[in-house]
Design a protein around this ligand. Sequence first.
Ligand SMILES: Cc1cc2nc3c(=O)[nH]c(=O)nc-3n(C[C@H](O)[C@H](O)[C@H](O)COP(=O)(O)OP(=O)(O)OC[C@H]3O[C@@H](n4cnc5c(N)ncnc54)[C@H](O)[C@@H]3O)c2cc1C
Length: 394
Amino acid sequence: MEFRYTAEEEAFRKEVRDFLDRELPPGWLGIDPGPEEEYKPGMFEMASRMRRRLGEKGWIGITWPKEYGGQGASVWKQVIVLQELAYRGSPGCDAAVAQGDLILRFGTEEQKKRFLPPIARGEMKWTIGMSEPNAGTDTFNVQLKAVEEADGYVLNGQKIWSSDAQRAHYGMVYARTDANKHMGLSVFMVDMKSPGITMRPIVQTTGVAAFCEVFFDNVKVPKENLLGKKNGGIELLMFAFGAERTYGLFVIHNSKRYLEQLVQYCRETIVDGQPLAKNPLIRSRLAQLAIDIEVGINMGHEMSWLAASGQSTVAKSSQIKVHGGLLSQRLGNLGQQILGLYGPLDEESKWVALGGRIKHVYLSSLSFTIAGGTTETSKNHIAGREGLGLPKQL
Ligand SMILES: Cc1cc2nc3c(=O)[nH]c(=O)nc-3n(C[C@H](O)[C@H](O)[C@H](O)COP(=O)(O)OP(=O)(O)OC[C@H]3O[C@@H](n4cnc5c(N)ncnc54)[C@H](O)[C@@H]3O)c2cc1C
């Protein structure tokens, strides 16, 4: 077993790091992986520029075949790009690549040629329309209806919690095309500017309104935008679940940088005549987080290896999802305790410590154990067929 990247991969990592040094503003404090913080003033323009720059480098959809805008590179190069982007808290990571993976796997030739190159160039944003008011964990309870007509499908119903829907060009929308609960779902690639779509943004605990309720009122979708087979959505859903749970890994790499910042803060901050770094309780808790992060990163390597060798990643990605979400909550908690009264201050305050990022993590990490499947759901996957092999719950 080789626990090292090759010399070529390490050289590639350096190229990515140098790129980020050049592209990110000096003193960049980072944002959460995903689109949420792109809704802060000025951030969307920066994120759009970064996506286009990443596209020019060929690093979005880097594993896709060249004819669809990719580089045909190894999974490991993709892992390196994602690790570095998440570690630096770079804008530009969003749902588009995962939707592109879905199109690559289930799309027709025409769909791949139409959608993958603009995603790879960093020009096309996507939203995921899976959840509904009564279909979260129980995703198969999707009620948004798609009725087939001569020239396409007509969609009626509602989605909720659709991240980035306000700015997305396309949505991957899970809809009901048959009454059969599990075998009656289909997936549509919907132009989010279609007549009949309206949205109502929802503000999160962080004060950012990055997700919405999305309403479909007689929305026409051409037949060529059905992804996969009619009533065959279950297969796509299973594939998409796996991709969503890898979000935990972004969170873990993002947390690594915050841990380093907290360590530095404890070295430099004197309380009662002693640096915080000498406090045995703080040292112990920082050490525990360092262990948690290292474990998570190694779990990520194992998951990437499973993916690269064509094996199921369901149980592993679920473990990472649980681990990443919970560790970032512990980090936010510990960070707030270390920073004391400076912790909860706003970014704009002259007294703010570490740019207010720890307060942000404290708040935003609440959603990390919900978004992309809750901790309980992930544990059910770990307990089930692909993990411990336990029978289904009651
Ligand atoms: C920041 C954020 C971004 C999101 N972005 C998107 C998006 O872009 N697109 C999208 O479609 N959705 C999105 N979601 C929605 C997300 O996928 C759902 O919130 C999630 O699947 C849980 O569904 P729910 O909120 O309906 O909770 P419910 O399913 O109602 O669950 C409520 C509680 O009951 C527990 N529970 C439910 N069933 C079981 C069970 N069988 N066993 C044990 N416990 C159970 C859950 O774990 C949870 O604690 C986002 C959510 C967040 C927080």
